[in-house]
Design a protein around this ligand. Structure first.
Ligand SMILES: [Zn+2]
Length: 106
């Protein structure tokens, strides 16, 4: 299944590495690779990140969201305001219930 577009091939490859390290099989596709459409805007050349197993989707999205946002300042573990789960600082969304981190929470 297609997970999302990558802004460019470098970032796309970075995501593939990230997910592979986490044990999530994935591939980078570029449907315009054949050039059959001729001249196309650069932004439409964005590679697509595909998951081999769609059951990995939630985890993959969390990993990529974390990669995009980077670790929060301070890098302290945080506690989910919804379910109380303690989460590592690199994650911006709760594993348990999917609640996004509130930067005001500690
Ligand atoms: Zn939670």
């Amino acid at each position: 299944m297609r997970l999302m577009f990558a802004p460019n091939a470098v970032i796309g490859q970075h995501w593939v590495n990230l997910l592979s390290v986490a044990g999530i099989p994935c591939e980078l596709h570029n449907r315009y690779l054949t050039g059959a459409l001729g001249e196309i805007p650069a932004e439409q050349c964005a590679p697509e990140l595909w998951l081999v197993d769609e059951r990995d989707e939630a985890m993959a999205r969390k990993l990529i969201a974390a990669a995009l946002n980077g670790p929060p300042p301070g890098g302290k573990p945080w506690r989910c305001s919804q379910c109380g789960e303690t989460l590592e600082p690199q994650f911006t969304v709760c594993w348990q219930c999917g609640t996004a981190r509130n930067p005001l929470d500690e």
